[in-house]
Design a protein around this ligand. Structure first.
Ligand SMILES: *[C@@H]1O[C@H](CO)[C@@H](O)[C@H](O)[C@H]1NC(C)=O
Ligand SMILES: *[C@@H]1O[C@H](CO)[C@@H](O)[C@H](O)[C@H]1NC(C)=O
Ligand SMILES: *[C@@H]1O[C@H](CO)[C@@H](O)[C@H](O)[C@H]1NC(C)=O
Ligand SMILES: *[C@@H]1O[C@H](CO)[C@@H](O)[C@H](O)[C@H]1NC(C)=O
Ligand SMILES: *[C@@H]1O[C@H](CO)[C@@H](O)[C@H](O)[C@H]1NC(C)=O
Length: 557
């Protein structure tokens, strides 16, 4: 079904013009409303220059960051695409969307919740989706149509070349094509002579140009980039920026002794790739040889820089079309960051800091860009022509703990639309409410605003010991839910019994616990949950985790 949309992207655009000609568009738009550019990056952890990852070249996103509020402690609610996206696009947590896998559509399965783009659409915005915004691949999570027409003014557009994701298109040393994990390519030899993110950026540029011909209706444009999600398929010249001799291993590339097996993800999605298969890794724990670990990190970094260039093209068009000073821009990593060998682990599907923490930037014209001076904010920076700068110019940033579910109410407040109220205890019948909170005032005032001091995420498991479906269990197979809470000083995780028919988590039946003292152990290596001296702390944190986000007291931070 996606294919139909793919080939029709242009057609829909003509339809859009046609609707104008017929005068059929609702003209509820008030002039002076800000536009929104909503950027979602698949599998991006804060591996960016602006997040103190100096080895990574991301000059275009760093530029955006220098004119944005940068959240140092933003966390998603479940470390895998579909559940995380449905969660932040509805501002409900996985226990309310009841989506922990890829198997259901929230409106029919849990409740008919208003989505973020739907809210903007219902308030007069032209809303449009390019690339991976809702989780489209498996279809049903967003009703096989990216929730059109409720969320979008036109059907969502997907880059046609995404269909080669699982195809043999990567040249190997044997001169043949493979379905590899590591896949630098000569773009002109690829099917359709292009790659998904090149196509998405191109279409976004085209749309922004068209928007500039009609400024009477504000737009909400969502663009979802596919890289740095696996496979690492990107234009090969980006690899030259990262000589393998300069690539390091994760600082903690081993499985911690005290780690309960339920916490470990056996990275099955990676193992199905031909180049990984040929390593004959042992299941479930591996390990992956160090030289291949370096290569994975090198290819991840290259994919990040390639994606950064695509983001740069979109931002440049925003500037050229005269939208840089009336467009709110958010950029978020879609979900749990990718482990790059930390804890001897790879992929997402976990409850560690590396898998729940994401980059989050919010650009609000007139608020976060006050130091912009006279020059254009968003000129494209070509990493191959300009030597990437070692030190990145810093913009405003905040250390408070925020969550992806906070984005919806925040964007509503920033655009002066109705802000969804806090959801009641039983939220299933309520269309318009939030399980997050607006941080718009934190952006405006930076401090002096009461705010939460804990954030919550979760991940399901089918069993205590890793097995083939551990990374992505279907709802019916879930037996354990790992709930995790990050406070300023601790990460506490409890893996508790879960009934997938009644959606009931039994916090009295604990399979395993993890406690990390973040001040002394930021890499989360030493699980101290079972040490006697921490038993009081563990029981206090357990009670707080079981009560959940709803009962958190907002305090001056
Ligand atoms: C959800 O609500 C919308 C109106 O907001 C309605 O058009 C749609 O049919 C409803 N969907 C379901 C599954 O109830
Ligand atoms: C990429 O492929 C094209 C077409 O086969 C070829 O002309 C070009 O030289 C290749 N580029 C590189 C850098 O190998
Ligand atoms: C611009 O959009 C408005 C509705 O948002 C419509 O009434 C108007 O005709 C459009 N103008 C052009 C030139 O397309
Ligand atoms: C993996 O196993 C195959 C078949 O047993 C063997 O041919 C190959 O050399 C092994 N590869 C490695 C890296 O050990
Ligand atoms: C929760 O687990 C406890 C301990 O195993 C058990 O006694 C209790 O019946 C369970 N509660 C429910 C509602 O299943």
């Amino acid at each position: 079904l996606n294919i139909i949309y793919v080939n029709s992207c242009r057609l829909w655009w003509f339809l859009y013009i046609f609707m104008f000609i017929l005068g059929n568009m609702t003209s509820s738009a008030e002039s002076g409303r800000p536009n929104v550019l909503f950027l979602v990056i698949d599998d991006l952890r804060p591996a960016l220059g602006c997040y103190d990852y100096p080895k990574i070249f991301s000059p275009n996103i760093d530029k955006l960051a220098s004119f944005s509020m940068k959240f140092e402690n933003a966390h998603i609610q479940q470390a895998v695409c579909g559940p995380s996206r449905t969660s932040f696009l509805t501002s409900r947590r996985p226990d309310t969307t009841r989506l922990y896998d890829f198997g259901s559509y929230w409106r029919t399965h849990a409740g008919n919740y208003t989505s973020l783009p739907q809210h903007f659409k219902e308030n007069g915005y032209f809303t449009y989706s390019i690339g991976k915004v809702f989780h489209p691949d498996e279809g049903i999570c967003s009703n096989y149509n990216d929730d059109f027409p409720l969320s979008w003014s036109l059907p969502a557009c997907h880059p046609p070349t995404q269909k080669y994701k699982m195809k043999q298109v990567c040249p190997g040393p044997d001169g043949k094509l493979h379905m590899n994990l590591l896949c630098p390519v000569n773009v002109s030899t690829q099917p359709e002579h292009s790659l998904p993110d090149i196509q998405s950026a191109g279409h976004a540029v085209e749309m922004i140009r068209k928007f500039s011909n009609n400024k009477s209706q504000p737009f909400f444009l969502a663009v979802g980039f596919h890289k740095p999600h696996i496979p690492y398929k990107f234009p090969e010249q980006y690899l030259d920026l990262y000589p393998i001799s300069e690539i390091d291993l994760a600082p903690n590339p081993f499985i911690p002794k005290e780690l309960p097996p339920v916490a470990f993800s056996p990275y099955t999605q990676m193992r199905i790739r031909e180049d990984v298969k040929s390593l004959n890794l042992s299941f479930p724990f591996g390990p992956i040889p160090y030289d291949f670990q370096r290569k994975i990190r090198q290819h991840y970094y290259s994919s990040v820089t390639y994606m950064d260039s695509m983001v740069g093209k979109v931002l440049q068009q925003l500037e050229q079309s005269g939208f840089a000073d009336n467009t709110i821009i958010t950029l978020i990593g879609d979900h749990g960051r990718w482990s790059l060998g930390e804890h001897g682990d790879w992929c997402k599907y976990e409850n560690f800091e590396v898998t729940t923490r994401v980059p989050m930037l919010v650009h609000v014209p007139g608020m976060t860009d006050v130091n912009k001076g006279k020059k254009a904010k968003f000129q494209y920076i070509d990493v191959f022509n300009e030597k990437p700068r070692k030190s990145v110019k810093k913009g405003p940033h905040l250390n408070v703990l925020v969550e992806a579910v906070d984005l919806f109410p925040t964007l509503a407040e920033l655009a002066q639309l109705p802000v969804p109220p806090k959801c009641p205890e039983s939220p299933f019948k309520v269309k318009f409410c939030t399980e997050g909170a607006s941080f718009a005032q934190l952006i405006e005032y930076s401090s002096g605003i009461p705010w939460k001091s804990a954030v919550f995420s979760q991940y399901p498991r089918p069993s205590d010991y890793p097995q083939q479906n551990t990374d992505l269990p279907s709802l019916k197979d879930i037996r354990i839910m790992g709930y995790t809470m990050r406070t300023h000083h601790y990460r506490y995780t409890a893996w508790v019994s879960f009934n997938p028919v009644k959606f009931f988590a039994n916090f009295s039946e604990v399979h395993a616990r993890e406690l990390y003292l973040r001040d002394s152990d930021p890499l989360e290596i030493y699980n101290v949950a079972n040490l006697k001296e921490y038993s009081n702390l563990v029981s206090k944190l357990h009670t707080r985790l079981a009560k959940g986000w709803r009962h958190e007291v907002f305090d001056f931070q």
